[in-house]
Design a protein around this ligand. Structure first.
Ligand code: TXA
Ligand code: MG
Length: 314
């Protein structure tokens, strides 16, 4: 049975309910099909990484439908607003600094102090975002390291039942992902070439854009990952017998845990809790610091271990 649906009014309403409740909806944009989830529900964001078999938590693009909603999670300035008004809706993504209202989006932003945002130029995508009433994070709707999907059938072939609903909007008109521009610094930096030409951006800004030579699928400075959270306290990983007085974050059957990432050893639940629990641990730990139970190196465990290894590094 296929989970591809016509994007009529009833089905769009149902898709929005799925997003609101933390499920996954694949939807058309002008660039590629996105695998959408509610950006403010960590468990829903974790479900994206699981469905895609992504080994790390890449930061995801938040899709919005109204310019006003930018202020709900990022800091803006006149340059950001001017770029948005000129290039949105369209295949253009801006990296901006997050504001203090965006804590629920920690996982969506992979722990970075920045968020990437775009307003897609597709009526179905825009209507879905409006009806959902939240930013929708959406990487391309395919398994990791496979080709991005530009039809609903591509999505079904790659993800099948891993997605709750696929909205069919026909073929994507642009077919390559959005251009990503980091405007957190004085000079804008191109992080990924895409649907909007660099020349058009430079012409609009009347100035040069720097080109990032980092890996395109990694944030501009990977060392920055989780630095935001690099805990203030000593942080040990792979601990099964915590010392007395240590703040212990358990997993599965761990005994004496102050918090347990997932008592049932569910890695998706653990991923969803990770950033929030690390914040709490860092607030509540004493001088003995924080310890975390071993996390299996399978499925989302790879991404969790990657992040906690960075966080434990001194
Ligand atoms: O066209 C598109 O942008 C599509 C459609 C579905 O909208 N989405 C898409 O998402 O291509 P994704 O997850 O495949 O690519 C997002 C890219 C990644 O390379 C990620 O590292 C980068 O954006 N990115 C996201 N947030 C970032 C941030 N805060 N700083 C630096 N890079 C960021
Ligand atoms: Mg992709």
């Amino acid at each position: 049975m296929s989970n591809i649906f016509n994007p009529d009014k009833t089905n769009l309403q149902q898709a929005a309910e799925i997003i609101k409740n933390g499920g996954l909806v694949a939807f058309p944009t002008e660039t590629v099909y996105g695998l959408g989830a509610n950006a403010t529900i960590p468990l829903a964001v974790a479900a994206i990484f699981k469905a895609k078999d992504r080994p790390t938590f890449n930061p995801l693009i938040s899709h919005i439908a109204e310019l006003d909603t930018l202020e709900d999670f990022v800091e803006t300035d006149s340059r950001a607003i001017a770029l948005a008004k000129h290039f949105w809706p369209g295949p253009f993504t801006m990296v901006l600094r997050r504001n203090n209202k965006s804590a629920a989006m920690d996982l969506a932003c992979a722990g970075l102090p920045t968020a990437s945002v775009r307003m897609p130029n597709h009526p179905i995508a825009l209507e879905l975002i409006r009806l959902s009433g939240v930013p929708i994070v959406a990487p391309s709707a395919n398994r990791s390291q496979t080709i991005s999907p530009t039809t609903a059938q591509h999505v079904a072939e790659s993800l099948g039942a891993r997605v709750d609903m696929i909205l069919d909007g026909g073929q994507c008109s642009v077919g390559v992902e959005s251009t990503i521009l980091d405007i957190t610094g004085k000079q804008p930096v191109l992080l990924r070439a895409g649907g909007i030409a660099l020349e058009d951006i430079e012409a609009f800004l009347q100035g040069k854009v720097l080109i990032s030579h980092g890996e395109p699928d990694r944030p501009s400075s990977p060392g920055q990952m989780l630095k935001h959270y690099a805990p203030k306290h000593r942080f040990c990983i792979n601990v099964t017998e915590p010392e007395n007085g240590v703040f212990y974050i358990g997993f599965g059957k761990s005994k004496n845990a102050n918090l347990n990432l997932s008592p049932s050893a569910n890695l998706q639940e653990a991923a969803a809790n990770l950033f929030a629990f690390m914040r709490i641990a860092d607030q509540q730990a004493g001088e003995k610091g924080i310890a975390m139970a071993p996390i299996p190196e399978t499925g989302l465990g790879l991404a969790i271990n990657d992040r906690i290894r960075r966080a434990s590094y001194r």
